[in-house]
Design a protein around this ligand. Structure first.
Ligand SMILES: [Ca+2]
Length: 204
């Protein structure tokens, strides 16, 4: 009986560790602030009602080829208007390989536990090259490896996206579309009751 209990406890601890948010203890979660986009994940993993959490808008890291940096102004302003603290990093300051980019993401996450999103600008080839990781016989590409930072697991530790653009005009179209998408969440007593994606013009 004791052995069974011990096995169950050990298994629970294993899963608790795997499912923890960035290695934080229960007390650290309750006493501190958390990135709002992880509210539901943290609520489920730690079995805490969302109403007892302190979710706040976090940080947004943009990594861009040097020739695109000067065209990110409107998009950066938009993300700031959503409450994000925005980092912008030029590729030449980081390096030229996927491993060097991943190291920058890791350093940012370790210094700033409120990091929520990483946005890569540029396709894997072309005039605005942004490296990625390759795998398999078909030489497929994945950005997910950028998010495997904490723990020896395949749980992503940060959200990641990419504008796979090859020109400045494509960048403007991509950032424009993103600006026009608005996610509206309505909560009642900390419970999500309505979530809509609205497409509209910000000038309206
Ligand atoms: Ca992980």
């Amino acid at each position: 009986m004791h052995i069974v209990k011990a096995i169950i406890l050990f298994t629970s601890l294993l899963f608790a560790n795997e499912g923890s948010f960035r290695g934080k203890s229960l007390n650290e979660i309750i006493d501190g602030k958390i990135p709002v986009s992880y509210s539901h994940f943290i609520s489920e993993q730690y079995n805490i009602p969302i109403s007892q959490l302190n979710p706040q808008r976090g940080s947004y890291l943009i990594i861009s080829p040097d020739n695109m940096i000067d065209h990110l102004g409107d998009f950066v302003s938009f993300k700031k208007s959503q409450g994000f603290y925005v980092y912008t990093e030029a590729l030449s300051n980081i390096g030229s390989t996927a491993e060097e980019i991943k190291q920058l993401i890791e350093e940012t996450l370790l210094e700033d536990p409120m990091l929520e999103y990483v946005l890569l600008i540029g396709d894997v080839d072309g005039v605005a090259t942004m490296p990625s990781f390759y795998y398999g016989p078909e030489n497929d590409v994945t950005d997910q490896k950028y998010t495997h930072i904490l723990g020896d697991d395949f749980f992503p530790d940060v959200f990641i996206g990419r504008f796979s653009i090859d020109s400045i005009s494509e960048l403007i179209v991509n950032s424009g579309i993103t600006r026009l998408l608005t996610v509206v969440c309505i909560y009642e007593n900390g419970v999500l009751v309505v979530q809509n994606i609205i497409i509209g013009n910000k000038e309206h």
